[in-house]
Design a protein around this ligand. Sequence first.
Ligand code: ZN
Length: 391
Amino acid sequence: MPLQYDLVVPQRTIFGWGRRREIGDLANSVGRRAFVVSGSRTLERSGQLAELLDLVRGAGVDAVHATSISHEPEVADVDNLATELARSSLGAGDFVIGIGGGSAIDLAKAAAAMATNRESNSVSDYLEGVGRGFAISHPPLPVIAVPTTAGTGSEATKNAVISSYDPPFKKSLRSDQMVPRIVLVDPEFAVSLPPDVTAHTGMDAITQLIESYVSRRAKSISQMLAIHGLQNAIWALTEAVADGRCQWARETMAHAALLSGVALANSGLGLAHGVAAALGSICRISHGLACAVMLPVALRANQAVCEPQLATLARLTGTVRLEDNRAAAEAFIRRIEELVRALKIPPRLRELGVRQEQIPTLVRGSHGNSLSGNPRDVSDEELHEILRAAW
Ligand SMILES: [Zn+2]
């Protein structure tokens, strides 16, 4: 096959412990007025949000705290913020800063796109597989993404995941133009994250690294990034959970999340993410936890078709040196099962509050971009069986 690919990455990435203090100069390099979208209240309580706003203003940029969000963004969150931005007599020099977990960054990216794309007042008309199928045709406002949790990798992706609970769906707003202009990753932000959030967001990153590696749309360049992220994350996550102040573990996980974002933006995902979307919109299970529960299930479902890839992951992550692909792939899956157990992730869907009668709805809700990247086709009947066994 001829070698060819498109690679989409942020224009500039700044990574390092304590480097959040560089936000002023970075903001100044992008524009004159910043609309700031922030995540959890912890950022406000700890004074970190105020510090960031001061640094931006100190660099001569007008900073407006537009909104904060503490849940995964819904259609109305995007519509309200985009309308507010669109009414602010937007012009050259306006941009958005998203600081927080994946929810804040996804909201920032989606609102930045919807503020300049006004063919419809609702983002639902632009989401994959719902609404009127509109596309992002005008350049979004530039975005600076400042992730504070090590998980979704949204800082490096070209989509924003938007939820609805009535009707239930979790779908992406997607465009190559939505990749943040600047990514500023300061792993020190994560020091204050509680152990369960660290475990769930970290498992999201690990799931993204593995699923993008075995995805049917995988590309060699993003596979290299996935291996590098996984090699270290698989050892660092339990350490980050046990000792939140461990600089090595926090750096490793923040880097793994960033690399997982680049990898998934250029490769796609798979079964675990497909089902996680349905678990989020139908059973309101947080994304990271849903991924953590579904990853071992997805690996077992795909084991037979991606033994060579799983064997490679086993060898490159130092899990096992076995020559035999079958044995090495099996050892890799066991390593992941062991990791999930060590993180005290409930192994069964019913322990997350999923009711057995919800399984058919979950099957229908799992289809979409993620599932289409799975290394093999999964029929509705088979998915039903897989979820029933995982229940
Ligand atoms: Zn994810």
